[in-house]
Ligand binder design. Structure first.
Ligand SMILES: Nc1ncnc2c1ncn2[C@@H]1O[C@H](COP(=O)(O)OP(=O)(O)OP(=O)(O)O)[C@@H](O)[C@H]1O
Ligand SMILES: [Mg+2]
Length: 239
């Protein structure tokens, strides 16, 4: 299957599993948001997807290829874009320099040139076009997240992994950022997102997955999960 697939992943640190047999799939051009309480293993899942943590068991498939044994740069070259939660832009560089560096680090697999990729990402994020010459460190948190996403999209990845994009943003800036994330989904990029803000995260994605204690508690269409009483009970501490 194309897109991103995790099969029976057991993963953790120093031989101690945090994820106990997690399977999920995001079909090509699909979108999945992973939510769950603090400490449930969301970041560990993300690190396992992008190649920063090697699973003890199970497989990670990217566009049908087994990438389980590949490191993070190799997965990036195969079309997996990643926006980490922190330190995701070069603050001293301008917005345009950030986009250039990202493109030079991983050239577009389609062979598209820098100018055409720059135009494509600025169409997705018109908010940053007037800021191209501004140092990324001088932007608002929401604008900086847009630059980080635009940089990740420069090499034209087929799958984009976002780690807690709304972290640290005001509610208003988070809403604006999610308008931009919706555009990424509509552009056909396969999206895996981890999000603390359950409502926003599940509003953007087609499907949602609830991770509890390193296991999949529920998975289904995002609107159904949002409506489900499970969410309320989890986040009001009723589990
Ligand atoms: N580098 C590490 N070494 C050892 N244990 C770790 C490491 N990182 C995370 N853990 C442990 O793994 C478990 C899951 O952590 P993880 O960061 O994946 O959860 P999370 O769902 O992302 O939580 P949060 O919502 O607070 O970000 C926790 O018990 C945590 O203490
Ligand atoms: Mg986390």
């Amino acid at each position: 299957m194309s897109g991103l697939v995790l099969e029976d992943i057991v993963s953790g640190y120093q031989g101690r599993p945090v994820l106990h047999g997690v399977s999920l799939s995001v079909p090509a051009h699909g979108s999945l948001t992973v939510v769950g309480p603090n400490g449930s293993g969301k970041s560990t899942l993300m690190k396992t997807v992008v190649g920063l943590v090697r699973p003890q068991e199970g497989r990670v498939l990217l566009e049908g290829a087994d990438v389980t044994r590949l490191d993070a740069p190799a997965r990036a070259r195969m079309g997996l874009g990643h926006v980490p939660q922190e330190a995701n832009v070069f603050r001293a560089l301008s917005v345009e320099e950030n986009l250039k560096v990202a493109f030079e680090f991983i050239p577009a697999r389609s062979g598209a040139g820098y100018a055409s990729r720059l135009e494509a990402v600025l169409e997705l994020f018109p908010e940053i076009r007037p800021k191209l010459k501004v140092a990324a460190g001088h932007l608002s948190g929401g604008q900086r997240q847009m630059v980080a996403m635009a940089a990740a999209l420069m090499p034209e990845p087929s799958v984009l992994a976002l780690d807690e994009p709304s972290a640290g943003l005001s509610p208003k800036n988070a809403e604006l950022l999610f308008v931009a994330i919706r555009r990424i989904v509509e552009a056909g990029v396969t999206l895996l997102m981890i999000e603390q803000n359950t409502r926003l995260g599940l509003t953007v994605a087609a499907r949602g997955l609830v991770l509890v204690s390193g296991q999949v508690r529920a998975e289904g269409p995002a609107p159904e999960l949002l409506a489900d009483g499970l969410m309320q009970s989890l986040y009001l501490g009723g589990h």
